[in-house]
Design a protein around this ligand. Sequence first.
Ligand code: E4P
Length: 217
Amino acid sequence: MKFFVDTADIDDIKEMAATGLLDGVTTNPSLIAKSGRDFMEVTREICGLTDGPVSAEVVALDHPTMMKEAEVLRKIADNVCIKVPLTIDGLKTCKALTSDGTMVNVTLCFSANQALLAAKAGATFISPFVGRHDDNGFDGMELIEDIRLIYDNYAFETQILVASIRHATHVLQSAKIGADVATMPPAVIKSLFRHVLTDKGIEGFLADWAKTGQSIL
Ligand code: E4P
């Protein structure tokens, strides 16, 4: 499973990239606003920190203007992935861009039928928002299972990019279902490394090692 980080914070992205485990980055207008940075400038900088896809979202709601925005965004770098909302105009834009070889991430997906439409529109990634789905009384993971089943039934190549991840259990369940990508806030990625018994084990080994009076270097 690929790991993307869901942030526009440069320091966080650098820290994640340094682990060697980062496969891409997702941003959205709210994350850009949170960064306080210029959209084009920060997106260019992020694209230089990873070879993987960097999702940059259009803000227009109509197809012709989405296409114009996408034209500006895709010139930023070769690894820009244009993010469009799951609307009729968003999917028209997705179809046009992917037919032209541009990567597209279809965002704000909340149903398996929407995911089916995105795959038919040739989306590179579909982003089902599991946390927001859970928040509203639905089962985010059931949505991922349904999309996996449908995509496998028809051998769609669209990658399932699990978004709006809130905790490590979402990541574990996504991996068990066979989702292609998980995009996570930095805190969730960091939480995957930690286990209380790992910390306790290190503490015990170091205490015993100290008793030997030896050093490796
Ligand atoms: C994904 O691309 C979105 O940016 C993100 O996962 C949304 O998450 P949120 O529901 O925590 O805002």
